[in-house]
Design a protein around this ligand. Structure first.
Ligand code: B12
Length: 211
């Protein structure tokens, strides 16, 4: 059934992807296993097919829509054992970048951990993160980037945050496939996590610094 779910994502069939996800859940397979061992490999395989010239952007878009449909069933079940301090978190994908699957997963995990998440979506201007953090009194700003070109703009979020006088109020956590701890250190981001699961622990660490 997992192979069929991978096929459904690759075929861009949201309906099938949702049905198969539901069936796997009914069989008792955990949401995390479905995500890690089926959906994430499926979207990566779509990326490989794209690199090999077998997929074009529309196929990749359909695959991501199918993946998001399946993910919406998993999100309420991805309960994380993190800090449920109920902090306000502002999250978005940086300006110039429309990749939002990973960001949405991180947002879902933080929500599952008990935080109040304000999701600004994708292609978000650096100043907008700081404005929203100020408006919603957020203690954490999360910035996703999937492109080596757009990750440069993550630094601008930190500059805008500092300019708004929020340096000691709202910590910044960065992430996304090309992002690393070394990059986070270089641009002055307080936090970094390689995936949505460790993002919950990293958020708890950063929030404990703020207290
Ligand atoms: C799906 C996809 C798309 C879809 C996006 C649909 C959507 N709504 O998101 C579409 C088709 C639109 C797309 C477009 C493009 N794409 Co694209 N895309 C991908 C693909 C195949 C998968 C990305 C994905 O969703 N992965 C699955 C998620 C779960 O993983 P993730 O995003 O890494 O997120 C995890 C972690 O990184 C982390 N994380 C993510 N964000 C955050 C944030 C924080 C705060 C934290 C702590 C953690 C964290 O946690 C997540 C969950 O565990 C990748 C290839 C790949 N293998 O990654 C290419 C890829 C990212 N795309 C690429 C490119 C080049 C493009 C285009 C420029 C193509 C073009 N010529 O038009 C455009 C960009 C348009 C733009 N301006 O943004 C390149 C980037 C190369 C680079 N290094 O810069 C890649 C790597 C493909 C490749 N090998 O060349 N793409």
């Amino acid at each position: 059934m997992r192979e069929r779910l991978i096929e459904a994502v690759l075929a861009g069939s949201e309906l099938d992807a949702r049905e198969l996800t539901q069936a796997l859940l009914a069989e008792g397979v955990s949401a995390r296993v479905i995500l890690d061992e089926t959906l994430v490999p499926a979207i990566r395989r779509a990326g490989d097919l794209w690199e090999q010239g077998e997929f074009f952007i529309p196929e990749l878009m359909q695959a991501s829509t199918a993946m998001k449909g399946a993910m919406s069933l998993l999100r309420p079940r991805l309960g994380a054992a993190g800090d449920s301090a109920g902090a306000t978190v502002v999250i978005g994908t940086i300006e110039g970048d429309i990749h939002d699957i990973g960001k949405t997963l991180v947002a879902g995990m933080l929500e599952a951990a008990g935080h109040n998440v304000v999701d600004l979506g994708a292609d978000v201007a650096p100043a907008r993160f700081a404005e929203e953090a100020s408006r919603s009194k957020a203690s954490l700003i999360c910035v996703s980037a999937l492109l080596t070109t757009t990750m440069l703009n993550q630094q601008k979020v930190i500059e805008e945050r500092n300019r708004a006088g929020l340096a000691h109020v709202a910590r910044v956590m960065v992430g996304g496939a090309p992002v690393s701890r070394a990059w986070a250190d270089r641009i002055g981001a307080e936090g970094y996590a390689p995936d949505a699961f460790s993002a919950v622990d990293e958020a708890a660490r950063l929030l404990s610094l703020s207290r």
